[in-house]
Design a protein around this ligand. Structure first.
Ligand SMILES: [Zn+2]
Length: 503
C-alpha cells in the first residue's frame, strides 16, 4: 500500500478579546471542509486551530472585566472551544498561546533567530494601532487614523528588537510570485506582491517594551521587553504541530491578516530553516445586512445563537454556500431562511423523504439495486464530470462552487421524480421504475459522499436513507445494496416547526 499522504491545515488563531463572531465560524467551517475532504481521500490529516491570548488588548479587556488576564483568557478560549463543538469542527489540536509548550517553543525560536543574527535591537519610531495590534504603514492610515478601526494611532518612539526581514524579502516575494507559496484566490496574489514593492521590505519590530504591553512572553534575556503578539501568534503553526509535520499545506485566514501570513511567517520559517507553507487561502469579511459588523452598531451576528435557532448543519451550509469562500459576503436573516427553505428543506430534505416514501411503498420494484462506483473512471459520465469539477473547486478554495455542483444532483433528482411521474410509473411499469430508482439511488449516494466534508451529519443521514451506514470514502468503489428507509424525522424541519419546538 502506498504511503499515506500527509495534509496539514490550520485556521488563524482567534484573538480572545471578543466572543466568536460569524466570520470566525466561517473560517472554522472552511478549514473543516478541507480537513474532512482530505480524510475522505485517505490522507493523514492534521488540523490545527486555537486561540491567541497575549497582548495589550487582552490585558485591557481583562481589566475591564475585573479579571486577571489568564483567567479572562481561560474563560474566552473556552467559548471558542464550545463553538468548535457546536459546529462539529474536526480539529486535531486546539492550541492556546498561553500553553506552556507554546511559550517554550516561542522562546526557543527567538533564541534561534537571534543566534542567526536575524534579531537586533534598535530605536523604533512609528504609529501603532492597538485595534490591529500592529505598527501601521502610511497606506494603512489617514491623518494618523487607522483605516480599519477609525481610531487615532499612537506615536511610538522606543527601543525594540527588530527582525531582519530585508534579508528574506526577495526570497519570500519570489516564493509567492512563482506559486511556491500558492495564494488563493489568485487576485490576492497581486495585492500581496504590491505590499513588497511598497514599504514592505523593511525590517520590522518584533518586541515591545513591557510597560506598554504588560501581558505576553518576555524576550529571552531581556525582561524589559515582551515578544510582539504577532510573532507569538504566528509561531503556533510550529509549536502546535507534531515533529516533522511542517510544512503546513494550507492556512485558512481572513484578508485583514494576510500581510502577517504572506510576509512575516515565511520569513520566520526561512530564518528557522523550516519549509515554507504550501498555500494560503484567504477569505473575505461577512457583512450584516450590507453593513460592517460592529459592537457599536449592535449588529454582530453570534454564531452560537444561530446554531441554537437553526442547527449546526444549516449554519455551516449558509457560510459555506451563500458566502463566497474567497470574497466578501453578506449575512441576512431573510436570505438565511430562503437558503434553508429552498435548498435544504424543499431541495435535499424533500428529495430524500419523497424517494424513500415511494420506495417503501414499492420495495419489490427497486429490489437488487446497488450503488458504489460513482467516483471512479468507469462511473457514469456526469459523475466523472461533477467529481472532477468538485475537486477543482476545492483545490481552488471555491467551496461555495463545489456545493453548487452537489446541488445539481439534488435538483436533477427532484426533477426526475416529477418528470418520470415515479408514483404512477411504479404501478404501471416496474422495469422502467426500477431504472429511475437506480438513478435516484446513485445520485443520492453521490450527494451523500460529496456532502460529507461540508455537512457531515446530513451526509450520514442521506446515506442512511439508502441503508448505507459504512464509513465513507472517496476511494471506496465497492458495491453496496440499497435498502431505502424513510428518515424518522425530516432532514430539515420547516422553520415554523423549528420555532415552535423551541417554545
Ligand atoms: Zn487598526
Amino acid at each position: 500500500m502506498a504511503e499515506q499522504k500527509k495534509f496539514y491545515v490550520a485556521t488563524s488563531i482567534a484573538y480572545v478579546n471578543a466572543p466568536p463572531h460569524i466570520g470566525y465560524a466561517m473560517e472554522l467551517a472552511q478549514a473543516d471542509v478541507l480537513a474532512r475532504y482530505h480524510r475522505l481521500r485517505g490522507d493523514d490529516v492534521f488540523f490545527l486551530t486555537g486561540t491567541d491570548e497575549h497582548g495589550k488588548k487582552i490585558a485591557e479587556a481583562a481589566a475591564k472585566a475585573g479579571m486577571e488576564p489568564q483567567a479572562y483568557a481561560d474563560k474566552m478560549s473556552a467559548r471558542f472551544v464550545a463553538l468548535c463543538e457546536k459546529l462539529n469542527i474536526s480539529y486535531t489540536r486546539f492550541i492556546r498561546t498561553t500553553d506552556k509548550r507554546h511559550v517554550s517553543v516561542v522562546e526557543r525560536i527567538w533564541k534561534h533567530m537571534e543566534e542567526n543574527g536575524d534579531i537586533y535591537k534598535a530605536m523604533y519610531e512609528g504609529r501603532y494601532c492597538t485595534g490591529c495590534e500592529a505598527f501601521l504603514r502610511e497606506a494603512e492610515m489617514e491623518d494618523g487614523v487607522c483605516r480599519i478601526h477609525k481610531k487615532e494611532t499612537q506615536a511610538v518612539h522606543e527601543e525594540n528588537h527588530f527582525f531582519k526581514f530585508s534579508k528574506y524579502a526577495a526570497r519570500v516575494e519570489r516564493a509567492i510570485r512563482e506559486d511556491e507559496i500558492l495564494i488563493l484566490p489568485e487576485f490576492r496574489k497581486k495585492e500581496i506582491l504590491n505590499l513588497f514593492s511598497d514599504e514592505g521590505i523593511k525590517d520590522f519590530s518584533v518586541s515591545r517594551p513591557k510597560e506598554s504591553v504588560g501581558w505576553g512572553i518576555p524576550v529571552p534575556g531581556d525582561d524589559s521587553q515582551i515578544i510582539y503578539v504577532w510573532i507569538d501568534a504566528l509561531m503556533n503553526y510550529i509549536s502546535g504541530a507534531p515533529q516533522g509535520r511542517l510544512p503546513a499545506d494550507v492556512h485558512v485566514i481572513g484578508k485583514d491578516i494576510m500581510r502577517f501570513h504572506t510576509m512575516m511567517l515565511p520569513a520566520f520559517l526561512l530564518s528557522l530553516g523550516y519549509p515554507l507553507s504550501r498555500s494560503i487561502a484567504i477569505h473575505g469579511f461577512i457583512l450584516a445586512e450590507g453593513q460592517k459588523m460592529s459592537k457599536s452598531l449592535g449588529n454582530v451576528i453570534d454564531p452560537m445563537e444561530l446554531i441554537a435557532q437553526y442547527g449546526k448543519e444549516a449554519v455551516r451550509y449558509y457560510v459555506l454556500r451563500e458566502i463566497p469562500s474567497d470574497d466578501d459576503g453578506d449575512f441576512s436573516a431573510a436570505r438565511f431562511e430562503e437558503r434553508y427553505t429552498a435548498d435544504l428543506q424543499n431541495g435535499l430534505g424533500n428529495l430524500v423523504s419523497r424517494v424513500t416514501a415511494l420506495a417503501e411503498k414499492y420495495p419489490h420494484v427497486y429490489e437488487g439495486i446497488t450503488v458504489g462506483d460513482v467516483f471512479s473512471d468507469t462511473a457514469r459520465g456526469e459523475f466523472q464530470t461533477t467529481y472532477s469539477a468538485y475537486n477543482d473547486c476545492i483545490r481552488r478554495f471555491q467551496l461555495h462552487r463545489a456545493l453548487e455542483h452537489v446541488w445539481h444532483f439534488v435538483d436533477d433528482s427532484n426533477a426526475l421524480v416529477n418528470e418520470a411521474k415515479l408514483w404512477e410509473l411504479a404501478e404501471k411499469d416496474a422495469e422502467k421504475a426500477k431504472a429511475v430508482f437506480r438513478t435516484l439511488a446513485e445520485n443520492m449516494y453521490a450527494v451523500g459522499v460529496l456532502l460529507a466534508p461540508f455537512l457531515p451529519n446530513t451526509a450520514e443521514r442521506v446515506l442512511h436513507a439508502l441503508g448505507i451506514d459504512d464509513a465513507l470514502s472517496f476511494t471506496d468503489a465497492s458495491k453496496k445494496v440499497v435498502r431505502f428507509q424513510k428518515p424518522a424525522q425530516p432532514l430539515f424541519p420547516r422553520l415554523e416547526q423549528n420555532l415552535e419546538s423551541r417554545k
